[in-house]
Design a protein around this ligand. Structure first.
Ligand code: G3P
Ligand code: MG
Length: 235
């Protein structure tokens, strides 16, 4: 029997308290008592999976251009905020295992790189977490990536990620053999929630940064919330 999901998940590593998608963010989440972190994983030009959200480097680093067109030799010298480097996925995985954190690994392919990204991340996820006490959760907005994850990493739980769940979300979840439904907290309607509850599908909502909204979502039966406000919510 697998343990239940933690109620709170630190979004992009350490939320807004640390540079996003960095090892410092992951460490901070653990130090604040968080039991779970979410981060985004994309491939560099050399095919190395790294933690980053945007397809381009400008917003979160002192570099520029596309992540998928940047070789490792140029990418790993960039400043991702406060002197942090863009982490390799393998290093983030090792840190989560060391800290006992549940990792929600969001496969975030650059446009057109869904299959390659999902293959690399899924294979590595199986290898890196083999035998670990706390197993990760893969997720993606890319249904193609989730099909690859289903086939390459059937032993790893996955979450199907939407902004607003479409009418056929449950059929998609079954097709992907996914475990959980992840969606924008503002776009979760009662019909979808009731259907999820009727089928024992945990619902996880992003990104919740207000106490009032969190209280309402938990009262409605949502399982877990992704937050940027690690200072506001107890881990
Ligand atoms: O996985 C939940 C959330 O991270 C999805 O949105 O854009 O922050 O990756 P985004
Ligand atoms: Mg994400």
């Amino acid at each position: 029997m697998r343990p239940p999901l933690p109620r709170w998940i630190a979004h992009r590593g350490g939320g807004t308290l640390a540079p996003e998608n960095t090892l410092a963010g992951i460490r901070l989440a653990a130090s604040l008592g968080y039991k779970a972190v979410e981060f985004d994983v994309m491939l560099t030009a050399d095919g190395t999976p790294v933690l980053i959200h945007d397809e381009t480097l400008e917003r979160t680093t002192n570099g520029g251009g596309s992540v998928c067109a940047t070789p490792d030799s140029q990418l790993f010298v960039l400043d991702a905020g406060q002197g942090e480097r863009i982490p390799r996925f393998v290093d983030a995985a090792a840190l989560c295992i060391e800290l006992g954190l549940l990792a929600n690994v969001e496969i975030k392919p650059a446009t057109g790189h869904d299959v390659a990204t999902a293959e690399v991340v899924s294979r590595l996820t199986v290898d890196l977490w083999r035998g670990a006490a706390v197993q990760p959760l893969l997720s993606s907005f890319s249904l193609v990536a989730l099909e690859v994850a289903r086939d390459v990493a059937p032993e790893i739980r996955s979450g199907i990620l939407f902004e607003a769940p479409p009418a056929d979300w449950l059929a998609e979840l079954r097709h992907l053999r996914a475990f959980s439904l992840h969606c924008d907290a503002k776009l979760l309607n009662d019909e979808v929630l009731a259907e999820a509850q009727a089928h024992d599908v945990p619902v996880l909502c992003y990104t919740v940064n207000s106490e009032k909204q969190a209280k309402m979502l938990f009262a409605r039966g949502v399982s877990s919330l992704f937050t940027d406000r690690l200072d506001l919510f107890p881990g």
